[in-house]
Design a protein around this ligand. Structure first.
Ligand SMILES: Nc1ncnc2c1ncn2[C@@H]1O[C@H](COP(=O)(O)OP(=O)(O)OP(=O)(O)O)[C@@H](O)[C@H]1O
Ligand SMILES: O=C(O)[C@H](O)COP(=O)(O)O
Ligand SMILES: [Mg+2]
Length: 398
C-alpha cells in the first residue's frame, strides 16, 4: 500500500474531517474501560492540530438500535472528554452529527481546535451508506482522513460515501491505518506454521462466516466465546440459555464437516444461571453441549483451556479475535486468561485484535507479552481472509 498520509497534506488553516474508530468498551455507567482506540489515534490528531489545522472527528460507538435510550448508552460525549484529557486541551463536542449544533461548532473552530461529532450511527444514513447524509458531512471540510482501522472492513457512509463525495480534495490515511495495514499484511503474508487462529467473542453472525476462509489458511481454528454454542446447537446438543444464532446452524454444520480436526471446539463449558449477577449466581462446569435449562455458557471450561494451551504451545503464528468468555465478569475471565497466558508463553508471532480483545489483554496484564495488539477485530480478520478494504482503496495514492 502506498497511500498518501495525513502528514503529506498541508492542513494549516484548513478543516480536516477525520474518521476514527472510537468504538471503545464502556461499563454499565458509560465509563470507558479501555482507551486504546483513542490513544492510538493521537498521532494523526496531533499531526493536524500541531500544524494549525481545524479538526472534526467522527466515529460510531456500539450498535444503537434507534431506541430512546440510545443517547444514554451510546453517546460519544465520554470519549470527547477522555480525548480532551489525553490532549490536555479543550475538545468541543456537538450533540448532533450533521445538524445545527455541529454546523455552529464547526464554524466556531479556530486553527488547532478539535470538535468531536455525536455518534454517526444515530443517523440511519450511516449504516445505509446514504449519499445525502454523506454529502452533509463532506461539505464540512477541506480534506478527509481515514484513521479508523477497526472499521475499515465496513462500507458505512463515513468510510466510503463521504470520501467519494470529497473527490478532488485530499483524501488520505492516518498513522494508525497505515501502521496496522503494514504490520498485519507483513505478518500474515508468509506465516510461519503451525498457524493457529482463535475466534471468540459475541459477534457470532458476523464472524462465523470468516471461519470457512480461515480453515483454508490456518492449521487450526480454536473456537471460544459465544461462537461455541451455535456449533453445539448444530450437533443437536443442549445449550440452555446461551447466546446462539439459530439461522447460522446450517452453516455451523457445514463448517464442522469441512473443518474436520482443524476446527477445534470446546470440550467443557463454565456456565451460570444469572448473567446479571456473575459473582453471586449458581455456577458449574459441564461437558460442552450439556448446559442445563436455566443456565448459560459464559466461558470455556478448564479442560478446554488446557487443550487450547497445548495446541498454542507449538504454534508459530497466532491470530486471536474475541475473548473466550465474559472476561469482564470474574470468574468468567479464567478461560481468556489461560489462553492469553498460553499465547504469551508460546514462541510465536502473536496478534490479538479487537476492541474488547485488546481491553482483555490490557486488563489481564498480557499486552506487553504479545507481538502486536491490533485495534481491529473484524478488520484484522478481514485482512487475514485477504479481503480488500473499499474504504482504503479509494483514497489518494502517495
Ligand atoms: N459466552 C459468552 N456469552 C456472551 N457474551 C460473551 C461470551 N463470551 C464472550 N462474550 C462477550 O464478547 C464480547 C466481545 O466480543 P467481540 O466480538 O465484540 O470482540 P472484539 O474483540 O471487541 O472484536 P471487534 O473489535 O470485532 O468488536 C465481550 O464483551 C464478552 O463479554
Ligand atoms: O469494534 C469493531 O469491530 C469496529 O468498531 C466495528 O464495529 P461494528 O462491528 O459494529 O461495525
Ligand atoms: Mg467488540
Amino acid at each position: 500500500m502506498a497511500k498518501k498520509t495525513i502528514d503529506q497534506v498541508d492542513v494549516a488553516g484548513k478543516t480536516v474531517l477525520m474518521r476514527v474508530d472510537f468504538n471503545v468498551p464502556l461499563d454499565e455507567n458509560q465509563t470507558i474501560t479501555d482507551d486504546r482506540r483513542i490513544r492510538m489515534a493521537l498521532p494523526s490528531i496531533k499531526s493536524v492540530i500541531d500544524r494549525g489545522g481545524k479538526l472534526i472527528l467522527m466515529s460510531h460507538l456500539g450498535r444503537p438500535k434507534g431506541e430512546p435510550s440510545d443517547v444514554e448508552k451510546f453517546s460519544l460525549a465520554p470519549v470527547a472528554k477522555r480525548l480532551g484529557e489525553l490532549l490536555g486541551k479543550t475538545v468541543a463536542f456537538s450533540s448532533d452529527t450533521v445538524g445545527a449544533d455541529a454546523s455552529a461548532k464547526a464554524a466556531a473552530l479556530t486553527d488547532g481546535d478539535v470538535l468531536v461529532l455525536e455518534n454517526l450511527r444515530f443517523n440511519e444514513g450511516e449504516k445505509k451508506g446514504d449519499a445525502e447524509f454523506a454529502g452533509k458531512l463532506a461539505a464540512m471540510a477541506d480534506a478527509y482522513c481515514n484513521d479508523a482501522f477497526g472499521t475499515c472492513h465496513r462500507k458505512d457512509a463515513s468510510m466510503v460515501a463521504v470520501p467519494e463525495a470529497m473527490a478532488g480534495k485530499p483524501r488520505v490515511v492516518g498513522h494508525l491505518v497505515a501502521k496496522e495495514i503494514q504490520y498485519l499484511s507483513d505478518a500474515i503474508a508468509n506465516p510461519e506454521r503451525p498457524f493457529v487462529a482463535i475466534l471468540g467473542g459475541a459477534k457470532v453472525s458476523d464472524k462465523i462466516n470468516v471461519i470457512n476462509n480461515l480453515l483454508g489458511i490456518c492449521d487450526s481454528v480454536l473456537i471460544g466465546g459465544a461462537m461455541a454454542y451455535t456449533f453445539s446447537l448444530a450437533k443437536g446438543e443442549a445449550v440452555g440459555n446461551s447466546l446462539v444464532e439459530k439461522d447460522k446452524v446450517d452453516l455451523a454444520k457445514e463448517l464442522i464437516e469441512k473443518g474436520g480436526d482443524k476446527l477445534v471446539l470446546p470440550v467443557d463449558t463454565h456456565c451460570g444461571d444469572d448473567f446479571g449477577d456473575p459473582a453471586g449466581c449458581n455456577k458449574e462446569v459441564v461437558p460442552a453441549g450439556a448446559i442445563k435449562d436455566g443456565f448459560e455458557g459464559m466461558d470455556i471450561g478448564p479442560a478446554t483451556s488446557a487443550k487450547y494451551s497445548e495446541i498454542l504451545a507449538s504454534a508459530k503464528t497466532i491470530v486471536w479475535n474475541g475473548p473466550m468468555g465474559v472476561f469482564e465478569k470474574p470468574p468468567f475471565d479464567a478461560g481468556t486468561k489461560a489462553v492469553a497466558q498460553a499465547v504469551a508463553d508460546s514462541d510465536s508471532i502473536s496478534i490479538i485484535g479487537g476492541g474488547d480483545s485488546a481491553a482483555a489483554v490490557d486488563q489481564l496484564g498480557f499486552a506487553d507479552q504479545v507481538s502486536h495488539v491490533s485495534t481491529g477485530g473484524g478488520a484484522s480478520l478481514a485482512m487475514l481472509e485477504g479481503k480488500a478494504f473499499a474504504a482504503v482503496d479509494l483514497l489518494d495514492e502517495a
